[in-house]
Design a protein around this ligand. Structure first.
Ligand SMILES: [Zn+2]
Length: 433
């Protein structure tokens, strides 16, 4: 009986949506001509001077020298003139936590969970999504929501439905960690039901269930914690997590800062190593052999080392940076795929995502390669190659612009002055009034 009622409800829904579709008037997608000083071809690393981009609806229809394109622009097309601005594809951050505004205070993580409702967390996420988009990051891979339920799924869907402004999102939802081995630490044992920052598991079947639950609730990828100070999830646990995720076409991102945690995760078959601070040459060779992406997340350390909260913290951060200086050239030599990810987790960090790209260049990655890490390589990791990460016909019209030459001065990326996502202008400081 209940089944019949469900079927009836489903039928009504379908009829409703069909009627809705039929009642909409046929309208041609809008056409916009974007005139630029030059466009960066991220594949070749060269600029196309005096270029124009023809945009139809939310996609790029044509890109090339303005003289050629202007000759056949359809009548009635809107024109946006960016003057001499340098234009790049919208940037991609592969390691965000848009739901995270964790206070940098003692027990800050636990307080964050104890004092904010999930509704409030979601609204914080909306604000962070807007800040990220306005900074020129039109796509993010959000690698766990730090104990906000499935608020990241809601955020992604609200953005996709046009309810709020934000980047295109892939979300990992809750993430999976070993029982007792992830934030918040220090909660009284008298509070066994205190919320956790990740979904805590012990054993392969727990892991399998967690993946199935998270995918069922809307996860685009799965995040695991291979270590936390020491290796935590076992190879067996992570192998099952990878098996379940891959079966559903979802990739697995592994947090790993220790060499052993990283090796365990790679052995289990994960698709990316987040941080990887403890890697040595052999680990990087292992990543290359298995086609695993490396998301170094160096920006936080690079920009915060001088204001470290204690001498120990400063020492640790300096060690991480020193290792990165050694590993980035090795990764380049081996051909390990490096993707950009800033790892923002405080109110101040969201929108500062360009710090990561800049930090990578300070640690040995040539500017064009750092930009590729935040465009085409990132798009490959997301499985969105052909959709985002480049200004080419058929791609989403996700486009940003800066005043100067980012290849000569990467700090330009901190001052993005024009942002378009899917053909819609989000900000334009070049507008001529
Ligand atoms: Zn993170």
């Amino acid at each position: 009986m209940r089944k019949r009622i469900y079927l009836l409800a489903l039928e009504l829904l379908l009829i409703g949506s069909l009627l809705n579709a039929q009642s909409k008037p046929e309208s041609k997608p809008s056409v916009t001509l974007l005139k630029t000083g030059r466009v960066l071809d991220v594949r070749s690393g060269h600029y196309i001077e005096s270029a124009a981009i023809l945009i139809e609806g939310d996609h790029i229809r044509e890109i090339g020298p303005a003289v050629g394109i202007q000759a056949h622009v359809p009548k009635g097309a809107a024109v946006i003139d960016l003057g001499r601005a340098t234009v790049l594809p919208g940037l991609v951050d592969c390691h965000t936590h848009l739901m995270a505004r964790i206070p940098d205070t003692p027990n800050g993580y636990a307080l964050n969970l104890a004092t904010k409702s999930l509704a409030f967390r979601a609204l914080e996420g909306a604000a962070d999504a807007r800040a990220t988009l306005e900074a020129g990051f039109t796509t993010v891979r959000d690698v766990e929501n730090e104990g906000s339920g499935y608020a990241d799924v809601a955020l992604r869907d609200a953005i996709n439905q046009g309810l709020i402004d934000g980047p295109r999102m892939q979300v990992a939802t809750r993430a999976i960690a070993a029982v007792g081995q992830y934030n918040p630490f220090g909660v009284s044992s008298d509070l066994p039901d205190f919320p956790t920052g990740a979904q805590m598991i012990s054993g392969v079947e727990d892991g399998r269930r967690a993946v199935r639950e998270q995918i069922g609730h809307g996860a685009d990828l799965i995040k695991v914690y291979a270590d936390w100070n020491y290796p935590t999830l076992t190879v067996e646990e992570m192998s099952v997590i990878v098996e379940e995720a891959h079966k559903a076409g979802r990739k697995v991102a592994a947090h790993a800062t220790s060499a052993e945690g990283q090796r365990n995760a790679i052995t289990a078959g994960v698709d990316s190593i987040e941080h990887g601070h403890g890697a040595d040459r052999q680990d990087l060779e292992m990543m290359k052999a298995k086609g695993v992406y490396w998301i170094p997340t160096m920006g936080y350390y690079f920009y915060h080392v001088d204001s470290a909260s204690s001498p120990e913290a400063r020492k640790y951060m300096e060690e991480v940076l020193q290792r990165a200086r050694q590993n980035i050239p090795i990764a380049r030599e081996l051909g390990v795929k490096i993707a950009n990810g800033f790892d923002p987790s405080s109110a101040e960090d969201h929108g500062q995502n360009a710090h990561e790209i800049i930090a990578m260049t300070k640690l040995g990655l040539p500017p064009i390669e750092a930009i590729r890490a935040a465009t085409i390589t990132a798009a490959d990791l997301l499985g969105w190659q052909g959709k985002v990460g480049s200004i080419e016909a058929g791609y989403y019209a996700d486009i940003i612009a800066v005043s100067g030459d980012p290849l000569a001065d990467m700090a330009e990326l901190e001052h993005v002055k024009f942002v378009m996502k899917g053909g819609v202008v989000v900000r334009n400081e070049f507008a001529i009034h």
